[in-house]
Design a protein around this ligand. Structure first.
Ligand code: NAG
Ligand code: NAG
Length: 492
């Protein structure tokens, strides 16, 4: 890693490098945290394909609300241990960005519960998991209650009327019966039934059902009885109502399903195309409205409270030609990034603008200086003339321009945040191709009365912070010895 060098140039380089894609930001949760840390690679195995219910927090380590949530979330994880999974995905990690995007994450933290579909006969459905936004209070108790509520119930309620039917195939299938005074099915019993899906059939019998209770001579509650099947005698559980000990007891009738399922990677390789489609099916999709289960996925209830999240604000739009000159195209203007889009936007424009706002937001939170980004409408005369001079042609174009130094750069990639960000980072490091800015593009700044106050502030902020970056860019561009060496030194 880089040695900290007290020279300004080296500091600037370290700051710049920390913004490069591929840099792994440290997550919010340590290895010893009860919160399960999930990545794009293992999300499917650990969460989407699990038979258990999960709550997943999509977060960024720099986000204040995420830091505030951490103690409550860890407490919820401890309370839900063995009952449901409490997981977190670091969306600041480049590897995870596509997952966070696919999950429709727009602010941090975003909390979602994920559980398998449960079909009418109580079996696990084979399709996509049901994904729902959690928008309740950010307290351990509220989170635990909401997650417990989403644990699928594979436990049959059995009474005097149907006890015989339930026991009819007892020689073939192992069965577990919990005799209890309660009418509701506990999270613990539901989670056990999930662990032993297709291995042991679970039932709950109330103490009032005298025939059923008498059949097994039950006198105290709760009592758990295991019928292992075949010739084996029924067994009565004597221990505490604790998950680990109960799993051990029940394992006499068969092993619980390993979670995550083993050997999946192998079969996925072998199966090729076919398996790819199954894994796709397991991926939740917040977009596809044609999906048969879309009504149960990702659609927040209409009356839900607004999400308390930090959402990247849109980048400012420049709506007048004079403002464009004032901000970015006069002889004193520093670097600006301009997104030329039709004022009606459209899909491409939305994507480009969303990527830019995300990048600006991220940098602002990391307290890293970044040149300003603006949205410019291509219908404006000024924009049209820039298009002509720079020979731009697409509906949506992103350029960086530094009128003071007389250069501009053209962005040519797709409009994903990753791709745009690596281009931005190259500009910050003064890498990549610059074009000479044609004379005609530069105009005279005219301070309009209404713009003046805002601009004074902007310029001031820019000037104080900008010194380093500009110096660095300048010396790199002029081929000065010291700066490029310092940059090389600090590269990874
Ligand atoms: C189950 O097996 C036992 C012992 O082999 C036998 O006595 C009993 O009749 C069988 N019960 C059923 C329902 O098949
Ligand atoms: C989920 O349950 C099914 C039985 O319905 C079982 O075959 C499978 O192994 C379980 N998967 C996991 C990951 O536990």
């Amino acid at each position: 890693m880089h040695a900290l060098n007290p020279s300004t140039a080296a500091f600037a380089a370290v700051a710049l490098l920390s913004a490069l894609p591929g840099t792994q930001a440290a997550g919010l949760y340590t290895k010893s945290s009860p919160v399960l840390q999930v990545t794009a690679k293992n999300y499917d195995q650990l969460i989407a394909k699990s038979n258990h219910t999960s709550i997943v927090e999509f977060y960024a380590p720099w986000c204040g609300h995420c830091q505030n949530l951490k103690p409550a979330y860890e407490k919820a994880a401890k309370n839900l241990d063995g009952l449901a999974k409490v997981a977190a995905v670091n969306c600041d990690d480049d590897e995870n960005k596509p997952l966070c995007g696919a999950m429709g994450v727009q602010g941090f933290p975003t909390l979602k519960t994920v559980r398998p579909q449960s079909t009418k006969n109580g079996k696990r459905g084979s399709g996509k998991p049901v994904v729902e936004d959690y928008q309740g209070p950010r307290t351990a108790k509220a989170i635990v209650d909401a997650v417990v509520d989403k644990i699928n119930n594979h436990v049959r309620r059995v009474g005097d009327k149907d006890i015989d039917a339930f026991l009819a195939d007892r020689n073939e299938t192992a069965k577990a019966l919990l005799f209890t005074e309660k009418g509701t099915t506990s999270a613990l019993l539901r989670s056990l039934a999930i662990d032993f899906l297709d291995v042991i059939s679970f039932a709950q019998v109330r103490n009032k059902e005298s025939k059923a209770n008498d059949m097994f001579g039950i006198e105290t509650y709760p009592t758990l009885v295991l019928l292992p099947g075949g010739d084996k005698e029924g067994l009565v559980y004597e221990g505490e109502m604790k998950k680990d000990a109960m799993v051990k007891f029940l394992s006499q009738a068969g092993q619980p399903n390993p979670d995550p399922a083993p050997g999946k990677a192998k079969s996925e390789k072998k199966g090729g195309k076919k398996d790819k489609s199954t894994s796709k099916a397991a991926e939740p999709s917040s977009k596809s409205t044609s999906a048969p289960f879309s009504e149960s996925t990702d659609v927040p209830p209409a009356d839900s409270k607004p999400v308390v999240a930090e959402v990247a604000p849109p980048i400012p739009a420049i709506t007048s030609d004079q403002k464009l000159i004032n901000e970015c195209l006069n002889r004193k203007s520093h670097t600006c990034v301009l997104a030329f889009v039709p004022s009606a936007h459209g899909e491409e424009a939305e994507k480009a603008l969303a990527s830019l706002s995300e990048i600006a937001f991220k940098h602002a939170h990391g307290q890293r200086h970044l040149f300003p980004f603006f949205e410019v409408h291509t219908e404006n005369e000024g924009a049209a003339s820039v298009y002509k001079s720079l020979e731009l042609s697409k509906d949506v174009e992103i350029i960086a321009v530094n009128a003071k130094r007389g250069w501009w750069r053209h962005y040519a990639g797709d409009y994903s945040a990753e791709s745009v960000e690596s281009w931005i980072d190259a500009i910050r490091l003064s890498e990549g191709a610059k074009n000479k800015l044609p004379e005609g593009v530069i105009g005279e700044a005219v301070e309009t009365a209404e713009e003046k106050p805002a601009e004074t502030v902007e310029v001031k902020v820019e000037e104080t912070v900008k010194v380093e970056a500009e110096t660095e860019a300048e010396s790199a561009a002029t081929g000065a010895e010291a700066a490029p060496e310092a940059t090389e030194h600090d590269e990874l």
